[in-house]
Design a protein. Structure first.
Length: 352
């Protein structure tokens, strides 16, 4: 339905939401943010049409009314050292824990309140980061841009995956599958995905093989260190990306799986302290260990191009499109209480 127009300032705009992707982090927000910050509208993987713009916003944004765009969740300041060096995801203005603005994590009490994508319309701040959706790409597939961009950022831009390398990816969720696509696109010679027993990970590891992985290891049935050693002739992995969210043990195994002079990317939040382990292994094996979060502007642009050409069957990651009234079902699905077979879900506010 059409909403009554609200007064539009010169430095803002309005987005008509087409779809918004459901991210694994939305469950944590769903449980904790309303208690910490008060009521809010979730949803930060938003794709929609530019509905209206103020005069200043129109000069600044480089988009026009009617354009289909994908938004980043970050609302950076635009002038700090991080913003000036293209690392705006690290800008304090994007950190809701420091009182910053972020789409899908900003309270209704912050005017005008429409900060999330699980809605029909969304407010556009002057410092919004836009990406034009390539011609021929529909909103549901365009919503894959942010999760896929994380995989590109972690695997290629930060992990430097390349031809001839062995890449091990721990965890076959959205982020792990995105890393598979990025590793395949980068030309990695051997891509190994690890997961758990059970139908959910079994389906996801089957999809990982379709997306380009060469091997899938059930770590509850196989010794992961021995299996990777066998597959690599004892050399182990050039790059290990930890996307697992089940606990800190995967941090230890990631370090053990890396070869000498290898790189370890830690991308999955554990929310627990890592148990004691032999930290001298990092030194003795000359490892590079990087904590990682989010994406860059470049990686989102690269993701949209992969989606536009459906490289490595990437659009198969998009499995469910639900109506706005089914948002709770989608969020429950993130923790295994809803739909079966879901990988990346979207919420369409026009769908019954």
């Amino acid at each position: 339905m059409d909403l009554e127009p609200y007064p539009l300032a010169a430095d803002s705009g309005l987005l008509r939401v087409a779809v918004t992707g459901v991210c694994g982090s939305d469950w944590g927000y769903y449980q904790n943010l309303p208690k910490a910050r008060g009521p809010l509208i979730l949803g930060h993987e938003t794709v929609g049409y530019v509905e209206r713009m103020g005069a200043l916003a129109a000069q600044r944004w480089g988009v026009k009314e009617g354009d289909l765009v994908a938004l980043e969740e970050y609302v950076p300041c635009g002038h700090c050292d991080f913003c000036r060096s293209s690392d705006f995801r690290l800008c304090n203005a994007t950190d809701w824990r420091l009182g910053g603005l972020r789409y899908g994590a900003t309270a209704l009490s912050v005017a005008p309140g429409w900060w999330g994508g699980f809605a029909e319309q969304q407010h556009l701040h002057l410092n919004t980061v836009f990406h034009k959706v390539p011609s021929g790409v529909g909103p549901q597939h365009a919503a894959l841009a942010l999760p896929l961009s994380n995989g590109i950022e972690w695997t290629y831009l930060q992990g430097h995956a390349g031809p001839g390398q062995t890449v091990v990816i721990q965890g076959p969720g959205q982020q792990g599958l995105a890393c598979v696509v990025a590793a395949r696109e980068a030309g990695a010679a051997q891509i190994i995905v690890t997961g758990l027993s059970g139908p959910t990970d079994a389906r996801r590891m089957a999809l990982a093989l379709k997306l380009g992985a060469h091997h899938a290891i059930n770590i509850e049935e196989q010794d992961v260190l021995e299996t990777v050693a066998d597959l690599t002739g004892g050399l182990m992995a050039d790059l290990v990306i930890d996307c697992a969210s089940g606990g800190p043990a995967s941090v230890v195994s990631a370090i053990e799986l890396a070869r000498k002079k290898g790189t370890v990317i830690l991308g999955g939040q554990k929310r627990q302290k890592v148990p004691e382990f032999d930290s001298d292994r990092i030194i003795a094996n000359f490892l590079t260990v990087k904590g990682m979060r989010g994406h860059s502007y470049q990686s989102v642009e690269m993701a949209l191009q992969l989606i536009a050409h459906n490289r490595h069957h990437v659009t198969d990651m998009s499995t469910h499109c639900l109506g706005l009234g089914q948002t709770d079902l989608a969020l429950q699905t993130l923790v295994g209480k809803g739909l079966e077979g879901a990988i990346h879900m979207t919420i369409d506010p026009t769908k019954a």
